[in-house]
Write a protein that binds this ligand. Structure first.
Ligand code: THU
Length: 133
């Protein structure tokens, strides 16, 4: 899927955000190598830490349809902001385990600014299962 299509889908996903506390709607999209895609959005809660970010929501959504790390192609995160919505630390950790290390990660805003990166850049010196041995 090319970037404009990714952005359009991620914008649609952001409409599903439940963010009455921050009023900061975030959308995410995970695409798979076999051409499927899964939406995610941030879902908040009055007990603030119980909320979840859009990109984790999208990744868990893909997993709930049977997809695994190596089946995934790209991840895009979008918000209607001037800056780009870089994933928080907790999301970077989850991405590092559930998404390919060199998989395409895009961060974008509604104005059309975007950046392509990957989790190796976003989270160097990753803590993973190998560190538990
Ligand atoms: N948020 C995301 O969903 N993804 C990000 O990459 C950054 C932050 C959400 C969490 C919370 O619902 C709101 O944005 C404000 O932090």
């Amino acid at each position: 899927m090319e970037i404009n299509e990714l952005i359009n889908h991620a914008k649609e996903a952001s409409k599903l955000s439940y963010s009455p506390y921050s009023k900061f709607a975030v959308g995410a999209l995970v695409t798979t190598k076999d051409g499927k895609y899964f939406y995610g959005a941030n879902i908040e809660n009055a007990a603030y830490p119980s909320g979840i970010c859009a990109e984790r929501c999208a990744l868990y959504h893909a997993y709930m349809h049977g997809y695994k790390k190596d089946d995934l192609d790209s991840l895009i995160i979008i918000a209607d902001s001037d800056s780009l919505p870089y994933p928080c630390g907790a999301c970077r950790q989850v991405i590092s385990e559930l998404f390919p290390l060199d998989g395409k990660v895009f961060v974008a805003n509604f104005k059309g600014d975007y950046l392509q990166t990957n989790i190796k850049e976003l989270l160097p010196y990753i803590f993973s299962s190998s560190n538990l041995e």
